[in-house]
Design a protein around this ligand. Structure first.
Ligand SMILES: [Zn+2]
Length: 324
């Protein structure tokens, strides 16, 4: 019996807290707060500057966050795997850069150079970054009908050319808002990024996005705030293997795309908010049944979108609200 008293006290306390919370909820809707910045994996200091790496290593198709802080930084760049990557400034915080390991980069160590330009000259950091195998799975699919007609090198080349054309222009500053990125719908994740696929027994390809279970007509939501870079309504007209698809520009070369849609509720140039419904899932293009295929791009490369979702990002307000 002795133990009942503290339990009763605790439950009374909990009821009190929940009543307070309910009262507060009536006053104002809760404002979601950005997650706090995690601890870096490594910290490097030179000439009054601090470079933090938020990854111990990168998987093939993975992304890595760099943070640079210290006085008098005017700009910063990184050189990694042949890409010249600019840093962006997060207001009231520091300079950040995102690097990507190409899905095709062989496992091994690669040099990473970070160059900070300052009032008082330049400071250079030289590190080495390990790229690890993505341990990609192998899949076989059979595709008939109109989807089967898109099993060709020509269709693949068209898709790559389309993506290259759309991503050639982008907003320089990140526009992803305060909450970062979230899944476009709630369905179970099925086929992963990077899967090594054989279609109709003899056509080899890679799965450059993620698939989610989605009955035909499921609402598809913008993974983060951004601007509609493409909304291809005509089935198989330009988008080919992607069918009806939407692509969003989140700034800083980050794009998300949503494929095989049945309906599109977005138009090119339109600003969308995180979670805004941009279309309905479907089965258009090179698809073997209703589902949602989505991709994330960084620096012109398709990267592991689920890894990108898990990546902490500094809150970056959309251009319209910046400074307002
Ligand atoms: Zn897919």
């Amino acid at each position: 019996m002795r133990h009942l008293l503290p339990l009763r006290c605790l439950s009374a306390l909990l009821i009190g807290v929940s009543m307070l919370a309910a009262a507060a909820a009536q006053d104002a809707a809760p404002v979601p707060q950005p997650a706090p910045r995690p601890m870096p994996s490594s910290v490097h200091r030179d000439a009054g500057l601090q470079l933090e790496l938020y990854f111990p290593a990168l998987k093939q198709g993975g992304v890595g966050l760099l943070r640079l802080s210290g006085g008098g930084i005017l700009s910063a760049r990184a050189d990694f795997l042949g890409k010249d990557i600019s840093f962006f400034h997060a207001p009231g915080d520091a300079w950040y850069g995102l690097i990507a390991a190409s899905i095709d980069a062989a496992p091994g160590e690669y040099p990473l150079t970070v160059l900070a330009t300052r009032d008082a000259g330049a400071t250079r950091f030289e590190r080495r970054v390990e790229v690890q195998s993505g341990n990609f799975i192998v899949q076989d699919f059979a595709l008939g009908g109109s989807a089967g007609q898109l099993v060709s090198q020509a269709a693949e080349r068209e898709a790559v050319a389309l993506i290259r054309a759309i991503t050639a222009e982008y907003q320089a500053q990140p526009q992803w808002g305060a909450q970062g990125f979230a899944l476009p719908l709630a369905g179970a994740l099925t086929s992963p990024f990077g899967a090594i696929r054989t279609l109709n027994e003899d056509f080899s390809t890679r799965h450059m996005g993620w698939d989610q279970n989605a009955p035909e007509g499921s609402p598809v939501r913008a993974m983060a705030a951004g601007i509609v870079a493409a909304a291809e309504a005509a089935p198989a007209a330009r988008a080919g293997i992607y069918g009806k698809f939407v692509m969003l520009d989140h700034g800083y070369t980050v794009f998300s795309s949503y494929a095989h849609l049945s309906e599109i509720f977005a138009r090119a140039g339109q600003r969308v908010e995180s979670g805004q419904v941009i279309g309905l899932s479907g089965n258009t293009g090179r698809s073997s049944g209703p589902h949602l295929h989505w991709e994330v791009l960084l620096h012109g490369e398709r990267v592991d979108g689920v890894a990108f979702l898990k990546q902490w990002l500094p809150p970056m307000p959309a251009a319209e609200s910046a400074g307002g």
